[in-house]
Ligand binder design. Sequence first.
Ligand SMILES: C[S@@+](CC[C@H](N)C(=O)[O-])C[C@H]1O[C@@H](n2cnc3c(N)ncnc32)[C@H](O)[C@@H]1O
Length: 235
Amino acid sequence: MSGGGAPDFFYREAHRLGYVARSAFKLMEIQKQYKVIKPGASVLDLGCAPGAWLQVACQNLGPLTKGGAIIGVDVKKVKVPTAHCDGRVQTFCGDVMKPVSEQLRGLLPQGKGYSVILSDMCPPVSGIRAKDTTLSCELGMRALTLALGEIRLAAAKKAVDSSLEAEEAPVYLEPDAREGMLQSGGNLVIKLLECEESQGFPKFCKEHFKKISWLRPKATRSSSTEIYLICKDLK
Ligand SMILES: C[S@@+](CC[C@H](N)C(=O)[O-])C[C@H]1O[C@@H](n2cnc3c(N)ncnc32)[C@H](O)[C@@H]1O
């Protein structure tokens, strides 16, 4: 958890405060600066294992009387942590790159879509930079597609790439995600590894969100190139 070296400050603090991973501090910093999770929010946490973001997200839902729900999904089996989580948190085991959106929609009470989508997904690091950044962008693009839906995303791509013909029919490669799962006014956070391709993400997002920011949290290890794209207020 501390990356194989000596336990660092964030690792020790996470342990002391009952968080299952140091990544808790990354979402805390995002939340402190951008207030992405409001009391009573419905949150989808993509790549939620071992569950530190579930803990921080739940702490920001407010009292039980406010309602709210958190659905976590990961390829690994995740037990909802006992500390900092309550009955509003559920997890399921699944591969986000496969058709999962019907399942994710079904898990949400009232099926109205999510007010927040978080993606802290990352591929197993191979150390081959080009491979790692490509896989990270694929996971990020999937999170964006699940949030916006392929129909909106195709329109945004067309708007930023004038070389695409106006009449060109979009090709729907992900039939489970034609319609997005993020509610209007909703917020999206996506982890990416910095590379030329990841710099293209804000261009698409600007078309649909009122505010776009990058954040490299203090808890990110100095050896990592991860960076978080924070998209606020879906138009
Ligand atoms: C950095 S960890 C997430 C840490 C988590 N936010 C926390 O605070 O505990 C990244 C996770 O993404 C998951 N992941 C990677 N690819 C995935 C996929 N295709 N579908 C679901 N989860 C995936 C990994 O299994 C891993 O658990």
